[in-house]
Design a protein around this ligand. Structure first.
Ligand code: FNR
Length: 188
């Protein structure tokens, strides 16, 4: 069984990022098991505390990252960037050793504004480069007017939107298959 980590970059209980993450998790094929990884209990990264005893919440988070081969990251946009909580999660997971590396990722941004969190999405992609995470290049997913997408059951009813999200998830699944499932030994 292959585990996929699902991260929502907002701490709000009723966050649109979380609702979008739920929808995306449900679009995965049965062979890929979604595992929600929470970032709300992570203290701000401080290298002074990151010795062999470290901070239990950081260690738990790192272990959760180690158990997944791919990531679906849904980011809100705060002041044209990602939330501080999501950036902190990237920082925590990158230390002791880089717990993000060589995973694949689907990056999705959402916002009530028409721009769909473009700035945050690009910022997340920039951080993924340095963490050696392989993102789905296209389609790029910027969900604008997200406050109008969900019905009372937190479902997206617009078929075009669902179809687009399924296309994005399928691109992620294909990337998983290429980079993770069939490793080829190289000649050193
Ligand atoms: C925002 N919001 C926002 N939206 C946007 O499209 N671009 C932006 O730069 C910002 N900036 C911003 C800063 C801060 C501090 C907050 C709290 C909010 C609005 C934001 O998109 C909206 O509150 C979303 O609902 C937040 O995402 P979640 O929590 O619903 O996932």
């Amino acid at each position: 069984m292959t585990n996929i980590g699902i991260l929502a970059g907002s701490l709000r209980k009723t966050a649109y990022s979380r609702k979008v993450a739920d929808v995306l998790a449900n679009l995965l094929p049965v062979q890929l098991t979604p595992t929600f990884i929470e970032i709300d209990q992570l203290p701000l990264y401080n290298a002074d505390l990151d010795d062999e005893h470290s901070v239990p919440a950081w260690e738990k988070f790192r272990q959760q990252l180690d158990q997944v081969t791919g990531l679906i990251i849904v980011t809100p946009e705060y002041n044209r960037g990602m939330s501080g909580a999501l950036k902190n999660a990237f920082d925590v997971g990158s230390k002791r050793h880089n717990h993000w590396k060589e995973k694949t990722a689907l990056v999705v941004s959402s916002s009530p504004e028409a721009t769909g969190g473009f700035g945050a999405n690009q910022q997340v992609r920039q951080v993924l480069v340095t963490l050696n995470v392989i993102p789905v290049q296209r389609p790029e997913v910027y969900l604008g007017h997200v406050n109008h997408l969900f019905n009372d059951q937190n479902l997206i009813t617009n078929l075009d939107t669902i179809s687009f999200l399924q296309t994005a998830v399928n691109a992620f699944v294909d990337l998983q298959a290429k980079f993770i499932a069939a490793p080829v030994e190289r000649v050193d």
